[in-house]
Design a protein around this ligand. Structure first.
Ligand code: C2E
Ligand code: MG
Ligand code: MG
Length: 699
């Protein structure tokens, strides 16, 4: 092994003697550099690879203890030995005090032990240096990690705490040292609130790793509590004896809170905070197990808001959401604490009634819910009216598993809707047959398109002033091969649900335009043909293109085509509605609002849309005679149309009385059985040709 020695001395003799001594070293060579000035020594040190410095106190450029100080400051990791004569031994002792590794008196320079002494100093300094680096690394690590670390001696008394441990226990290192660990790291059980035994004692006794129980809470010196997770390990000495323990711990309060929150989120509906489908399933399954054991009954109520879609479409999702919250709140007010109200999604809720629920009890609760929801909901500046339809299934009569019970309650709810909404229905076995029927209609519809089973009937629209037929509404009919004629109310909504309305709508539009063009070509009196457009068609990206192409293809002048759209379709997305309507309008197509008065219209938007005609819904016309207040609505719509510069047509005119009322109100157009039923095209052509004045002229 070779070491490099730097000798700094002014005495050539001293340097020579040291050289010779080192050259005689038996355990390996020394590389020796000698310089005479301190400055040269420093320069050489700077180049590195010096293992030890031997320096005289008195040099041409430095004297006394300052020589050592400068060297030491310049390069503390390199060991320094001072060279001195007898008078200087006090000075040398002072240098050792300040960090020198030793001194060598002049008389001993030739001593054969010198090389060995230097070698051992170099080695010791190296080991010290490595140890320091290691300790420093451990210290910095312990102080900077996020975990608390406490170590104890074999008696379980604290010997060390890192910063984080100080922070979490509230004990400073100085105060904690020597105290029992159970006092510094005071833990209690979360539920019993009893102190829990610190595992240090056992770790030391059994010499193995242990942890606190998962429910441990650390109580800080000032009383603050945090959930912690820890591990305790024994510390061994060289011969394998335990000398103490080290405890590493961290705060898991946040992690625990987050886990709890996630579990809650996964089981609850974000909007209303009600349990969701998943939690309902759990509770339902539990409740069924209990009911089975005790021979009791359960009820599942499936409810759906009747006009929610309307409100959501016309007033926006924000209002819709608030309404759902209001509904959730009311539902909770109508059931017992032990019952579960859950949001199934959208505007569907499921309620699980737990107490031994006989059909009568379930009916009473359902009735209470129907009543309670029908009260107006005040949302922002709106007063909203909604109703609800409820289906009820009972355990065990209507099903013995969660899925079947909920599905059957849903079927019963669908039935309640059919029965005119705003009511509740109990599940009956034959209801499933209807659900199956709906599915078979869907399958049939697909075939019907290919087999061209759809035809159009035309119903006259009449100018009430002159009595002339000015238009026809095309109404779809389905000639079902086995079921006969099926009316649109029985299949349009199914076609909408499964998307088939798109191809069906195109068929209707093409057929109606073709027919209108044919009548014009045959020299019939020119009339407008009106086609009903459903929401899905209107929102379809190709809708405008499709209308344009069909007009081109059939050669019908756009001015003879009228499109009937309902309010909710238009209000769903006002901006895009305006764009599409504007484009259609520019093409020359006429636009009508169908079933006017039954949806939620915002008049300011209505004014913004390029609408030609408002069609007063037949429900208002039907009740003209029976109920005076409906007459008021009809006349209000008529005068509104006049002020918006829109024509108004009354739908569903069946009696002379209704017609007279409308005439008196100056209604411009009418449609209804009174003037003519929807008829096949050949019959309609005949009516049109032999047109007698259908309404009595006013004067
Ligand atoms: P709508 O557009 O309001 O059509 C008027 C409905 O009232 C028609 O029923 C018509 O036959 C009926 N009606 C006409 N005059 C009277 C009357 O004096 N008294 C009574 N009580 N009813 C009368 P229909 O043909 O059964 O159609 C029902 C609904 O189906 C239509 O209501 C329309 O929304 C929809 N619909 C019909 N054809 C189509 C179509 O081709 N496409 C789309 N998307 N929907 C259609
Ligand atoms: Mg219509
Ligand atoms: Mg209508």
């Amino acid at each position: 092994m070779s070491n490099t020695v730097l000798i700094i001395t002014n005495s050539a003799d001293d340097a020579k003697i040291l050289h010779d001594t080192l050259a005689r070293a038996k355990d390996g060579p020394f590389v020796v550099h000698s310089v005479q000035h301190l400055s040269d020594g420093l320069a050489r040190l700077k180049q590195g690879d010096i293992d030890i410095v031997l320096a005289d106190f008195n040099l041409p450029d430095s004297q006394g203890i300052a020589t050592f100080d400068v060297l030491f400051k310049y390069s503390p990791p390199v060991p320094i030995m001072m060279l001195c004569n007898e008078e200087e031994e006090d000075l040398a002792a002072e240098a050792v005090q300040r960090g020198a590794q030793g001194f060598l008196s002049k008389g001993h320079f030739p001593n054969s032990l010198v090389p060995q002494a230097l070698r051992s100093i170099i080695q010791r300094k190296g080991v010290e240096e490595a140890l320091f680096v290691e300790k420093e690394r451990a210290r910095v690590t312990l102080e900077s990690i996020g975990d608390g670390v406490v170590s104890t001696d074999v008696a379980g008394n604290v010997t060390y705490l890192n910063k984080q441990a100080e922070h979490m226990t509230g004990w400073l290192r100085g105060d904690a040292a020597g105290r029992p660990v159970a006092e510094v790291l005071h833990c209690i059980d979360r539920t019993t609130r009893q102190s829990v035994r610190n595992p240090v004692e056992q770790v030391i006794q059994y010499k193995k790793l242990m942890a606190l129980s998962a429910t441990s809470v650390l109580v800080r010196r000032d009383g603050y509590e945090s959930s912690i997770e820890d591990s305790v390990a024994p510390i061994f000495d060289k011969i394998g004896e335990v000398t103490g323990a080290v405890i590493v711990f961290h705060d898991i309060s946040q992690v625990q809170a987050m886990a709890q929150q996630m579990a809650d989120l996964a089981q609850h509906d974000y909007l209303t905070g009600l349990p969701n489908r998943m939690l309902l399933n759990d509770r339902l399954t539990q409740a069924m197990t209990y009911a089975k054991r005790h021979g009791t009954q359960l009820a599942v109520l499936f409810m759906d808001l009747d006009n929610f879609k309307h409100i959501n479409d016309s007033l926006g999702h924000l209002i819709g959401d608030k309404l759902l919250e209001s509904v959730a709140h009311r539902l909770n007010g109508q059931v017992r604490q032990s019952d579960t109200v859950c949001r199934q999604g959208g505007d569907e809720f499921v309620i699980l009634l737990l107490e031994d629920t006989h059909a009568e009890n379930a009916a009473i609760t359902a009735e209470k819910i129907v009543q309670s929801l029908a009260q107006p909901h005040h949302i922002d500046e709106h007063e909203l009216h909604i109703t609800t339809s409820i289906g009820i299934s009972l355990f065990p009569t209507d099903g013995i598993d969660a899925d079947t019970l909920v599905k059957n309650a849903d079927t019963a709810m669908y039935h309640a809707k059919k029965k005119g909404r705003n009511n509740y229905q109990f599940f009956k076995n034959d209801m499933n047959i209807r659900a199956v029927e709906r599915q078979s209609i869907e399958a049939d519809l697909r075939r019907a398109i290919d087999r061209q089973e759809f035809i159009l009937h035309y119903q006259p629209k009449v100018n009430l002033k002159s009595g002339e037929i000015i238009g026809a509404e095309a109404l779809i009919r389905w000639n079902h091969p086995s079921k006969g004629t099926i009316f649109p109310n029985s299949f349009i909504s199914i076609a909408e649900d499964c998307g088939l309305i798109i191809p069906i709508g195109r068929l209707v539009l093409r057929q109606a335009c073709k027919q209108a063009k044919e009548w014009i070509n045959q020299g019939m009196p020119a009339i407008t043909v009106a086609v009903n457009i459903s929401a899905l068609e209107f929102r379809h990206q190709d809708f405008f293109k499709c209308v344009r192409e069909i007009l081109q293809e059939t050669g019908l002048d756009a001015g003879f085509l009228q499109l009937e759209l309902t309010e909710s379709v238009l209000m769903r997305n006002v901006e895009s509605s305006t764009t599409i309507l504007q484009a259609l309008k520019e093409m020359g197509v006429q636009l009508a609002v169908d079933d006017f008065g039954t949806g939620y219209s915002s008049l300011s938007y209505l004014n913004q849309f390029p609408i030609d005609v408002l069609k007063i819904d037949q429900s208002f016309v039907r009740n003209i005679s029976a109920n005076k207040s409906n007459g008021v609505i009809v006349s209000a719509v008529i005068s509104m149309g006049a002020s918006l510069n829109q024509r108004v047509i009354a739908e569903g005119i069946e009696t002379q009385e209704q017609l007279s009322f409308l005439n008196a109100q100056d209604c411009s157009e009418g449609q209804g059985y009174f003037f003519g039923w929807p008829t096949p095209p050949q019959d309609f052509a005949e009516i049109l040709l032999n047109q007698k004045m259908l309404a009595q002229p006013r004067e």
